[in-house]
Design a protein around this ligand. Sequence first.
Ligand code: BV8
Ligand code: ZN
Length: 245
Amino acid sequence: MLRDAERIVVLTGAGVSAESGVPTFRGDGGLWKSYRPEELATPEAFARDPGLVWEWYRWRRSLVARCAPNPGHHALARLALAQPGRTTIVTQNVDGLHHRAARAEARERDPKPAFPIEVHGAIHRDRCSGCSHVEDADLAAADPADSGIPRCARCGSPLRPDVVWFGEALDPAMIGAAFAAAEEADLCLVVGTSALVYPAASLPDVTRARGGRVVEVNLDSTPLTPYAWKSLKGPSGSILPRIVP
Ligand code: BV8
Ligand code: ZN
């Protein structure tokens, strides 16, 4: 399937980064086990207690700063670089690990064909809650003990992580490009997602509705499993390098 597919869309979730040491959201030890999403990943939570939300994101940033892409990220980057334009990677993850694998695999070639569409944003960027000015953040400098609220250099409003929270709209250009890729794909490879969060979770349905096939890589079954042409059970860090030609 991977060898013969004309166009491939890949949808990844937190599971693809689990073997890099980035905690997932809903699994054992998942982030939502110790926190409730409504308390942290919503604009209301940020308005109510920006210090608590920043504490959580600073902790996640300091953790991601110590993580590296795993063989699953590298395999997906190789797949996308092998024939630029044939494979589109869409990720729900905000950890930036797909970008890092793309740069490593591309070496002196252009890494952009393996850069993912980050439909939920990126944890390594700050966005101003007032004027929407965006700037890169230094993940390694994130100090979980620091409970301050960073402010915008331009307008003084509180900065927030440049990620999409529950109840917030996704960037129309991003999700539009993701849906377009899913419509054109004859294969949708879904890796490490519980397939619960919309609108990202509807991407495989778009490919199927156009006659394409879905292949799932996950440790467990998900609501998507019954609709998958093939469901490969196991860690993506060992399955992906074996199936990417
Ligand atoms: C929106 C913040 C509308 C960033 C996150 C229908 C249509 C539209 C919206 C909705 C809808 N129904 C409900 C909604 C609302 C909501 C939603 O989907 N709720 C769900 C929970 C029911 N959606 C939204 O609010 C979205 N916004 O649609 O707004 C709108 C429109 C116009 C105007 C205003 C508003 C926004 C969604 C984004 C929310 N932000 N996080 C951050 O801090 O990270 S979501 C959060 O969950 C993460 O971003 C993550 O990406 C996402 C999905 O989780 P997964 O990645 O799947 O991770 P999870 O832990 O769940 O699963 C891991 C999987 O990996 C497991 O299956 C596990 O078995 C597997 N695994 C583990 N290890 C491995 C592995 N697999 C392989 N190998 C391994 N080693
Ligand atoms: Zn500002």
